[in-house]
Design a protein around this ligand. Structure first.
Ligand SMILES: Cc1cc2nc3c(=O)[nH]c(=O)nc-3n(C[C@H](O)[C@H](O)[C@H](O)COP(=O)(O)O)c2cc1C
Ligand code: SF4
Length: 505
């Protein structure tokens, strides 16, 4: 009987040599007359273990990892096809503490098998039994908030589009995923693309849209290929093509193209420049038509809500942050990866209990949460619950769930400088506080570090940040001060200041 061996085809596993490992397993199996069926699955998200090979044995599904090419002969010799011990043996993957702590709703299927294997579309079937209003109500009742950054209630957006009369409406999925340390959208596109298609099809039913677009960043060639293949399969299955279809579009390669109105411009074939709001895209979006715009993770949460009910989904989480967030742990961390958790755990639990602390073994100094526009969170705030409102109350953001860890060798003044430089490079240029302010910000930080009239320059930096926060047209310029000021406030010594003078300046 043939033994099923899973070798991920996710880009993170491929980067770690998964293709060569799969080929070696096939080769050695043939040489030993062992029958194996290799399934190229998505990733389980335990990225420090990639390539994470799993074997369907009589003891269950047993994991081995990280598997290097040279390990393959010894795995066969140790009897890994029977799930036997080997130094790389991890036991059942779902029993690993980093897996058991999770609550995988959106990523429930990701990594289990072939991402393009036929599926039941249960969420869509349930949606088809409901009126459009009832679908929107389910999403409202679930408490689902946008997972792309701003955490706006998804149901309210959908209700606005549903209520706006128009012959043509669109659903647009934002898969630009530009935030540092984030890869959840990519993992889902590669590991369970049908879930996103299902979420988009449900949204289309709810608001009366006939066309969907998925805007995928150009740096994700594997995700684009898998998603295109999934679209073709969904058309064959009759899920798409009858009253609703989806097109994948490759992004323009700039961070600001992830801002929803710049994305619409880019989708319309123009330069990715931010539009002034109002009008909201829900009223006048793509080609001037009512448009639902949501992140990959927002749409992908919807099938579970429809299949298992709003009550089931909103039972997870805390306060007004309902459900789960797939946190992505990256940077200087021992066990990086994607961990889907209900809102409410603390950063300390995620970084230390799940992530195992730094990869370097040195103390953690700062943790940036929420992408390049998110603040650096100092140790005094590591015990806050990871929930949208608790974070906002402290001037922090959860954003798309990206967590980037830095050890005590990090120079926070240079990281603050990088935030301004990033804004200068990525600014769309439409408004002055961001376009000019970010460049001046780099210069001011350089002068602070070089001790050119430091106290005056610190005051200037604070004034500049104030202007950017209050005068920028979008969150690019409006939030760049978050990492800058958090670095200055919590790590003044890195700017050549002592604690008191940074606050007073
Ligand atoms: C500079 C900038 C970059 C952004 N990049 C992304 C992105 O890559 N992906 C994303 O979903 N949202 C991004 N957003 C947020 C979007 O503007 C928008 O709020 C989101 O796509 C709406 O979906 P959601 O409600 O499901 O979060 C970005 C916002 C800004 C200001
Ligand atoms: S804040 Fe920056 S990115 Fe946003 S509109 Fe202004 S110039 Fe463009």
């Amino acid at each position: 009987m043939s033994t099923i061996v899973y070798v991920p085809r996710d880009a993170a596993a491929l980067a770690a040599g998964a293709d060569a490992v799969a080929a070696a397993i096939e080769r050695v199996a043939a040489a030993r007359n062992a029958e194996v069926t290799i399934v190229r699955n998505g990733s389980r998200g335990l990225l420090w273990l990639e390539p994470l090979v799993e074997v369907q044995s009589e003891h269950g599904r047993i994991g081995y990892g990280p598997v290097a090419l040279d390990d393959v002969p010894s795995l066969f010799a140790a009897g890994f096809l029977k799930g036997d011990p080997h130094p790389l043996c991890l036991g059942p993957v779902e029993e690993l503490p980093q897996f058991r702590l999770q609550q995988r709703l959106t990523f429930a299927r990701c990594g289990l098998g072939d991402p393009l294997a036929p599926m039941a579309w249960r969420g869509l079937q349930e949606a088809r039994k409901l009126s459009p209003e009832a679908i929107v109500q389910q999403v409202l009742d679930s408490g689902l908030r946008g997972r792309g950054g701003a955490a706006f209630p998804a149901g309210i957006k959908w209700r606005t589009v549903a209520a706006t009369p128009s012959k043509q409406k669109y659903v647009v999925c934002n898969a630009d995923e530009g935030d540092s340390g984030t890869f959840a959208d990519r993992m889902l596109l590669e590991g369970d693309p049908f879930l996103l298609i299902e979420g988009l099809a449900i949204a289309a039913l709810a608001v009366g849209a006939s066309k969907g677009f998925v805007y995928i960043r150009s740096e994700y060639p594997h995700a684009i290929a898998t998603f295109e293949a999934a679209l073709a399969e969904a058309r064959k299955a009759g899920v798409l093509g009858q009253g609703f279809d989806i097109e994948a579009r490759v992004g323009g390669g700039s961070y600001v193209c992830g801002e929803e109105t710049a994305m619409l411009e880019s989708l319309e074939g123009k330069r990715g420049i931010v539009r002034a709001k109002p009008p909201l895209p829900a009223i006048s979006g793509l080609f001037g038509q009512p448009t639902v715009i949501n992140n990959v993770l927002t749409f992908a949460a919807v099938p579970t809500i429809l299949e298992r009910g709003a009550d089931f989904y909103q039972h997870f989480g805390t306060g007004r942050s309902r459900g789960t967030l797939p946190f992505q742990l990256a940077g200087n961390v021992k066990q990086g990866g994607l961990f889907e958790l209900p809102f409410g755990l603390t950063l300390r639990e995620v970084v230390f209990d799940i992530g195992g602390g730094t990869a370097s073994g040195r103390p953690v100094k700062a943790i940036q949460v929420g992408g390049p526009l998110g603040a650096y969170v100092p140790e005094s705030q590591w015990d806050l619950p990871l929930d949208y409102d608790a974070y906002t109350a402290q001037g922090l953001v959860l954003g798309h769930g990206g967590i980037v860890v830095h050890d005590d060798t990090a120079d926070m003044a240079q990281l603050a400088r990088f935030a301004m430089e990033f804004c200068a490079v990525e600014s769309c240029g439409k408004c002055t506080p961001c376009r000019i302010g970010s460049t001046r910000g780099v210069e001011v930080i350089d002068r602070i570090v070089a001790n050119h009239n430091r106290p005056q320059q610190v005051r200037l930096l604070r004034d500049l940040c104030d202007t950017m926060v209050h005068g920028s047209l979008c969150a690019m310029g409006g939030m760049t001060p978050f990492p800058v000021l958090s670095a200055l406030d919590h790590y003044p010594q890195d700017f050549g200041l002592v604690d008191e003078s940074a606050k007073a300046a």
